[in-house]
Write a protein that binds this ligand. Structure first.
Ligand SMILES: [Zn+2]
Length: 277
């Protein structure tokens, strides 16, 4: 079999990931003036032989390890060799602007990735079905968005069993609504993770933890123009943007202009489904 060497880039989340996704995060010490992102802390760039696949990912794509052992792999950026970005939206609080975001994506002909909690999915089943029907990717975001480590929620860490149960419960709900498996992508509530968490994510059957490169900070109350300026100034090939659907964020208001500007700069839009995992 022809074996082709490719570069595997694994970008690890910093331990001090920017908290996100919740009112509790407003009390965190991070502010819009802090550096754009705490990701990544280190970059491991290791040439790795990957067997040729019958359905290879698009040219320039990130090539993820097919076999993952020990801990789930954290992915905070796509390939810098491919002029695409990833729009990712977390849904774990209120219904918010989910429908408007889907309208914007549909009008622009753009696919995105949604990190959805099991509870949000139960409360917004028609929207979940629409997300799937319109070709977007779904990522498991736990059942009810409790911090695994307790760092952002100032609570006790969840036990390993509770963490796995959170993932399994969400998997059951999301798979039922989507009509297809949502593995292998998982996103941590608040980005609160560590090596033990990543091991438990893998035990729960999820091989990849979806991080982000640029947090819009819409959840911190930035205005739509400020979100747009922040995100566009950090645009680069492979960037994974973190947005939220909840009503506390103006991400959805900024979205149409950001998409148009990114298109004008020649960017395409990938989802986790394009990562060849
Ligand atoms: Zn979240």
């Amino acid at each position: 079999m022809r074996v082709r060497a490719r570069i595997v880039l694994v970008l690890w989340l910093a331990a001090s990931v920017v908290p996100a996704c919740s009112p509790a995060s407003r009390q965190a010490s991070s502010s819009p003036s802090r550096p754009p992102t705490s990701l990544p802390s280190t970059t491991a760039s290791t040439p790795t032989a990957v067997p040729a696949s019958p359905t290879p990912p698009p040219a320039g794509s990130l090539v993820l390890p097919r076999t993952v052992t020990g801990s789930a792999v954290v992915v905070a950026r796509g390939s810098p060799a491919r002029r695409t970005v990833f729009l990712t939206f977390d849904a774990g609080s209120d219904t918010g602007f989910a429908a408007q975001i889907l309208d914007t994506l549909k009008a622009a002909g753009v696919s995105a990735t949604f990190g959805i909690t099991g509870r949000w999915a139960e409360q917004n089943a028609p929207l979940v079905r629409r997300i799937v029907a319109e070709g977007h990717s779904i990522v498991n975001h736990t059942y009810d968005h409790r911090s695994f480590t307790g760092v952002s929620s100032h609570a006790a860490p969840l036990s390993p069993g509770d963490r796995i149960a959170e993932i399994a419960h969400a998997d059951q709900v999301l798979t039922g609504l989507a009509g297809h498996p949502v593995k292998p992508w998982f996103r941590l509530p608040y980005g609160d993770g560590d090596h033990n968490v990543n091991a438990q994510v893998l035990q729960a059957g999820y091989r990849y933890v979806l991080g982000w490169t640029v947090d819009s900070l819409g959840w911190q109350g930035l205005s739509a123009p400020a979100i747009s300026t922040r995100c566009l100034s950090r645009a680069a090939p492979g960037v994974i943007y973190l947005f939220h659907v909840g009503s506390q964020s103006q991400d959805s208001v900024a979205l149409p202009g950001m998409i148009q500007s990114l298109k004008d700069q020649g960017y395409g839009f990938d989802t986790v489904a394009d990562l060849g995992a």
